[in-house]
Design a binder for this molecule. Sequence first.
Ligand code: TXA
Ligand code: MG
Length: 311
Amino acid sequence: MLTLAPDAAGLDVAAELLREGKLVAFPTETVYGLGADARDDRAVAGIFAAKGRPSFNPLIVHLPSQAIAEDYCEFTDAARQLAGAFWQGALTLVLPLRSTAGVSKLVTSGLDTLAVRVPEHTVAQQLLTRFGGPVAAPSANPSGRVSPTTAEHVIAGLNGKIDAVVDGGPCGVGVESTIVSCVGEPQLLRAGGIPIEALEACLGAPLAIANDPTVPTAPGQLASHYAPKGKVRLNAPFAKEGEVLLGFGSVDAVLNLSPSGDLKQAAANLFSCLHQLDQMGAEKIAVSPIPDHGLGRAINDRLRRAAAPRP
Ligand code: TXA
Ligand code: MG
C-alpha cells in the first residue's frame, strides 16, 4: 500500500484512487477513516472486506459542506441548527435519505436513512473537494479493534488490505464523531467528540439517548468494540500485580491519558495509548476512573466496550 503526503501531489493521487474504486485511508479531526466512493458497490464492499466488518453495520458518508449534504438527505430544523453550530466538525447526523442520493445500498445497509458528516480536518476537506463525490468511511481499523489516530496505526492494522493512506499526522480530537439521529425528535446514537452538553445547549432542550442494546444502530452499541489485545479493568485507583495502569490525573502510571486530568487531552490520547498497550504486549490493563461528563462520556463509552467480554 502507498503512504501519501498530505500535499497537492499526494491528494491528487488519493482522489484518483478513489475514482478508480480503490480504498484510501485519510485523517479527520476525530480518527482516520477508510474511504471509498459511496456510489460504487464494489468499492464499498471492499471496505467491509478489509475491515472484516459485519455488513449490517451502516457507514458514514463524508461530504465537504452542509449545502452538498442537503442533496443527499432531508434536513429537519433541528438538524440545520446542529449542523450550523457544529459543522465542520466531530458531529454525524442521521437523516432521511433522498431517493436521488445515488448512494450504494451497502452504505446504508438498505435503511432509508443516511449518516452524514462534514469533517473539519484540512486534509479531509481537500480530499473531498478534489474527489468531488460522497466518501463512505468507517474508522480505518480491523472491525472490533482500536480506532486509528495516526497513519502508523492504520498501517499496523490494515497493511496489504487497502490501497493507500494519506499521512496527516495525529488526529486532534481522538475519539469518533458524536452521532445524532434527526429522524423525528433528535436522539443521541453515539457519544463522541462533541459533548452532549454542547448539543443540548444548542438545541435548548435535553437530548434523548438511544440505548436499546438489542438494536445495533451504531457500533458503539455493539458490546465489544475498540478492544486492545489485553484484558481491561475499569475504575481502578491503582494497578494490581501483573496489570499495567493506564492512568488519568496525578497517579503513578506507565501510560497516562492526561497527567493534569484534562478530558480533551485524554480523548486525544485514548486510542494511541491503547495501541501502545498492544505494542507493549500488555495482557492485563487497569484504567483509572474518568469523570463522566463532557468528553469523559465518549471516553468512558469506548472504555466500557474495550472492557466488555469478547465474542
Ligand atoms: O469520527 C467518525 O465518525 C469516524 C470518522 C472516520 O469519520 N467514522 C466512524 O465510522 O466512526 P464508523 O463506521 O466506525 O461508525 C459509524 C457508525 C456506523 O457503524 C453505524 O452504526 C452508524 O454510524 N450509522 C451509520 N449509518 C447509520 C444510520 N443510517 N442509522 C443509524 N446509525 C448509522
Ligand atoms: Mg469504528
